[in-house]
Each structure stands twice: as structure tokens, then as C-alpha cells.
Design a protein around this ligand. Structure first.
Ligand code: ASP
Length: 323
């Protein structure tokens, strides 16, 4: 009888908890610098999820470093109560392939909450780069072997993956300059301290339009429809066979977060993805909102596992360019 009473008490505590969720500020951990492309997705999403979660306050907490593993680990180890969640991108699939000592496990340390969007990348260079088009840029890279500085957001980041693929496709070794996100890398690129980087259009569109950097190509297999970027050739058109990188984003909670809480966050995410304001802001930056079964936690999880397998041979093929 005592056991039964204890069980009923425990169960009602769980249900009461889910019933009242959320009752305090939710923190979305972004594992890259503020003002960068991942941060941009998170801030727009936080705004769109606020109402569906009953007008709760949602803050974005930038926990930086080590190609997003520090922030991701923070969430993996956080209380599983739905108040600390992670927004990360393709790094969830590249980190396991690139980091030697992963402090957490992508498949078992998280509850998957659903995917958000896909964002193409652009290859951009400092404004003083003398090349007028991709061919001239390639010639410049070939002529400057050994002196080229390539910015990225740390090992395992999207810009790191894209940079590896770019070096491997051109067979040109470049010096990787890691930052805690591509927001600070962009500042140095605009200032001419580094020569080039790959970065998501959520960060590069405005700078390309303002001619603060020069864009030489888009990393997806198809040209973009975003007005500011529609004339940009794909890297495939430029002769880089099979080059196709698009950066997806998803939400994660610590393993053990109650199922009802996971369902509430997932429902709010799905409503946010239909919010015309969110769609408009993200599409203007080249993002494509997920509109398929990958918004469901189980499908999100399957997709990430498939991406880990997909990128493993690509990264292995480019291993000589990993600094
Ligand atoms: N663009 C960064 C990356 O390469 C992410 C960021 O700075 O938000 O992964």
C-alpha cells in the first residue's frame, strides 16, 4: 500500500509538472557567438515560440567555444525540465565525426524536439580580394598557396565542414583560423584580417548586398531564389563536382525531459514554423523552413543519425585538411 501511495504521488508530481510547464523563463542555448547565423535563427524562433508557450519569456544564451561542443554539453548536462534547451545545427552530425573527446553523446544524451530550417552557405572573401569571379578567385587561391587564411567557427562547425570540403575540392591547403562563431569571423573578414570563409546566408546576405564582402558561390546544388543572392553561381557550376552543403537546425532538450514537456515544446515549434513573421524573416535570409516529417522528434532523431553516417566518409576524405 505504501508503495502504491508513493507511486501515485510520484506520478501526480510528473503530471502536475507537465501541466504547469512553462511557468518560468526558458533558455535557448546557442553554442555560437551572438549576432551570427545560428543566433539569428534562435532569436527569430524564440520570438515565434513565445506565444504558443503561453507568453513565457524565452532568452537566448550564447555558450561559446569548441565548435559548439561546450554549449551542447551544457544542455546535455542540464536539468531535464524543459527550461534549458539547445539550438544547434549540422554540428550535431559533424562533431561525432571530428572531435576526438566528445563530452556527450548526440544519440543518447538528448530528447529531440524537432527540426527548424535549412540554410545554404556562401563562399565569401574579404572586400579587397582582387578576383572578379570564381575562376579568378580559384587562380588567386592557387597563386597564394601557403598564405591563405580561412576563417571558421571551430572544429565541427558548419564553416569548418564547408571549408574542409572546399579545400579538398580544390586540393589547396589553407590555414584555418577558428573563432567562437562566424559573427566575429565576419568582422575580421570585412577588415581583411582573413581571406575567406564559408558561412550561412543568414549571416552573409546583408554583408554581400552591402558589398562588405565578395561572394563567389553558393554551396547548394541549386541556385538560390533570395533576390540578393539569385545571381550567385553554385560551386557545382564552378566545377566543384558534387559540392552540396546545406545547414539544418534543430532543437534538443536534456535526456529525461518528461514526454509531456517534449510534446509541448514540439507543438510550440510547429506553430512557430507556420508563423508568417518567422517565415518572412528567415526566407529573406535564404533559409527554407522545414515542412515535412522531420519536425517530429522521432524523425528528427533518425535524420541526425543518417547525417552522421552521410558526413563520415566526406570528412574522412578531407582529413588531410583538418588542422
Ligand atoms: N556559422 C557558424 C558555423 O560555422 C555558426 C555560427 O557562428 O552561428 O557553424
Amino acid at each position: 500500500m505504501k508503495k502504491l501511495v508513493a507511486l501515485v504521488a510520484a506520478l501526480s508530481a510528473v503530471f502536475a509538472f507537465a501541466d504547469t510547464y512553462p511557468s518560468k523563463t526558458i533558455s535557448i542555448v546557442v553554442p555560437f557567438a551572438a549576432g551570427g547565423p545560428t543566433d539569428r535563427v534562435a532569436r527569430d524562433l524564440a520570438e515565434a515560440m513565445r506565444k504558443p508557450l503561453g507568453d513565457v519569456t524565452i532568452v537566448v544564451d550564447n555558450v561559446l567555444g569548441a565548435g559548439s561542443s561546450i554549449g551542447s554539453n551544457r544542455v546535455a548536462k542540464a536539468a531535464p525540465d524543459g527550461y534549458t534547451i539547445l539550438l544547434n545545427h549540422i554540428a550535431m552530425a559533424t562533431m561525432p565525426n571530428l572531435l576526438r573527446n566528445m563530452p556527450f553523446k548526440v544519440d543518447t544524451d538528448f530528447e529531440y524536439l524537432g527540426m527548424i530550417n535549412e540554410v545554404p552557405m556562401t563562399v565569401i572573401a574579404r572586400p579587397t580580394m582582387p578576383a572578379k569571379n570564381f575562376k579568378e578567385f580559384r587562380d588567386w587561391l592557387n597563386a597564394n598557396k601557403g598564405k591563405i587564411n580561412l576563417g571558421n567557427a571551430g572544429i565541427g562547425s558548419a564553416s569548418h565542414l564547408c571549408g574542409l570540403m572546399f579545400q579538398n575540392a580544390l586540393q589547396i591547403d589553407m590555414t584555418a583560423i577558428p573563432y567562437k562563431g562566424t559573427a566575429p569571423a565576419m568582422v575580421d573578414l570585412m577588415g581583411g584580417q582573413i581571406d575567406l570563409m564559408c558561412d550561412q546566408t543568414t549571416n552573409t546576405t546583408a554583408q554581400i548586398e552591402a558589398k562588405k564582402v565578395i561572394a563567389y558561390g553558393v554551396t547548394t546544388s541549386k541556385r538560390l531564389t533570395t533576390p540578393a543572392l539569385k545571381d550567385l553561381p553554385t560551386l557545382q557550376e564552378d566545377g566543384l563536382k558534387g559540392f552540396d552543403v546545406s545547414i539544418w537546425h534543430g532543437l534538443y532538450a536534456p535526456k529525461g525531459t518528461p514526454a509531456d514537456v517534449v510534446a509541448k515544446i514540439n507543438r510550440a515549434l510547429k506553430l512557430a514554423l507556420k508563423d508568417p513573421d518567422f517565415i518572412k524573416k528567415q526566407e529573406a535570409l535564404g533559409a527554407v523552413i522545414i515542412n515535412d516529417k522531420r519536425v517530429e522528434p522521432a524523425e528528427h532523431k533518425k535524420f541526425v543519425a543518417a547525417e552522421i553516417a552521410k558526413w563520415s566518409p566526406v570528412i574522412a576524405a578531407a582529413k588531410e585538411y583538418i588542422d
